[in-house]
Ligand binder design. Structure first.
Ligand SMILES: [Zn+2]
Length: 415
């Protein structure tokens, strides 16, 4: 650890703005949003421009077999593990101009500032553009980052198919970005991703910089309640096995379970199917979903157990059958405290407000954190909106976020 204070570097907003505006011209929609689906012609056009920018800044460009693009700036210590920084350039079908794009272009701006000042860092710095973060043309999301971190197999990734029947592998070759396996990231020191918040917290709290502590864990359950379908007239009330009455009591209990665990737990019943779903029939069967979330894995498990206990008791007292199926379960991600402290320190050094917060959405940093200490920086989303054309982050907030990213990357590359 060096105790020598670095001068406070700042980004050039005009240069960053120009890059963001060029990006906003590729796949532009009528209301200013973007449609730049993974491995489309628009994605190729953006990639070509991005690679040109990397080369203009004397970065060594390489592309891995999943189409992830890397730009490397050498450090003083050639074999040192690089600091990686980046996000994604693909968008939703009606996406915004900043989601993902900011994380890549602010990283490139940060590198240009280091070049402007001829600052040598001990460690190499690598920018990355992950392929198919959005998962809208080829499901699931986070495919490029999941592939290089070992979550998804090669066969799985290359075989993903869009609605027209085209595979990920074919389309990657078609646009000329099927690179080599040898180009994949390896031995990374730290990963940092700047991103728009996509939620309303920073704006509501009038805070500019979010130091993202992690991503919530999630469990999805499907509950099948089986009673007896009967005629609504002749069947006396005490003789009924009404699946919907039982399910209603369960839904109320599921809400109560979240409150009983703590204020951060959430439980949601968002989907329900009733059968026969007829005005004069006693409901014979109800199927509904439960979404449970918590940042603390133990409390997520506790919430799921409490929910299960409560609905099992209700099923017994209502004399209905109960089947609970786990559809999906993912643990919470806890980002690197060490990087988060640098994010806060960067905000403090510039005099920006900051706060620690949790991401409700998944990001490439989630998978990266499985293999290397990672963290994220959030900047405010106006009205909390994203995945829509109205998505907006103010230029002054982008500038502040980019300055903090520059600070953090420079610090990490010197350790
Ligand atoms: Zn994104």
């Amino acid at each position: 650890m060096k105790e020598v204070k670095q001068p406070l570097l700042t980004i050039k907003m005009d240069r960053l703005k120009e890059m963001i505006n060029i990006s906003a011209g590729i796949g532009t929609l009528s209301k200013g949003g973007l449609c730049r689906l993974t491995l489309s012609d628009e994605d190729k056009e953006m990639r070509d421009i991005f690679v040109g920018w990397l080369e203009d800044n004397r970065l060594q460009v390489r592309v891995d077999d999943f189409g992830n693009i890397y730009g490397r700036r050498e450090g003083r210590i050639k074999d040192a593990a690089p600091v990686m920084v980046g996000s994604h350039l693909d968008t939703q079908p009606e996406g915004g101009r900043f989601d993902g794009i900011l994380g890549v272009l602010c990283a490139l701006e940060a590198i240009q500032v280091l070049n402007d000042h001829q600052i040598e860092t001990d460690r190499p710095i690598e920018i990355i553009n992950f392929t198919n973060e959005e998962g809208t043309r080829f499901e699931p999301a986070l495919l490029g980052s999941g592939a290089v971190t070992g979550i998804f197999s090669e066969e799985y990734v290359f075989g993903r198919t869009d609605r027209a029947g085209k595979t990920f592998g074919e389309e990657l070759k078609r646009i000329g970005y099927a690179g080599s396996k040898a180009a994949r990231l390896a031995n990374v020191h730290r990963f940092v991703e700047l991103h728009v918040e996509q939620g309303p917290v920073l704006e509501r709290d009038k805070i500019t910089i979010g130091a993202v502590e992690g991503v919530q864990g999630m469990t999805w359950l499907e509950v099948k309640v089986t009673g007896e379908a009967d005629h609504a007239g002749p069947t006396p009330m005490p003789m009924r096995k009404d699946a919907l009455v039982a399910a209603s009591k369960m839904i109320t209990a599921i809400q109560e379970a979240a409150f009983e665990v703590d204020e951060a737990a959430t439980t949601t019943v968002g989907r329900i199917e009733i059968s026969p779903n007829s005005i004069n029939c006693v409901p014979g069967q109800v199927i509904f979903s439960i979404d449970v979330r918590h940042f603390d894995n133990a409390l997520k498990v506790k919430t799921v157990e409490l929910v299960t206990d409560k609905i099992t008791q209700i099923a017994a007292s209502e004399k209905v059958g109960l089947e609970i199926t786990k559809l999906w379960d993912i643990d919470a991600t806890h980002f690197s405290q060490d990087i988060l402290e640098k994010v806060i320190a960067g905000a403090d050094a510039h005099g920006y407000s900051s706060k620690r917060m949790i991401s409700g959405a998944g990001h490439d940093a989630k998978y990266m954190n499985d293999i290397v200490p990672s963290a994220m920086i959030f900047v405010p989303s106006v009205n909390g909106k994203s995945h829509c054309q109205e998505e907006l982050t103010y230029w002054e907030d982008i500038e502040k976020g980019a300055n903090v990213l520059l600070y953090v990357v420079n610090e990490l590359a010197q350790e």
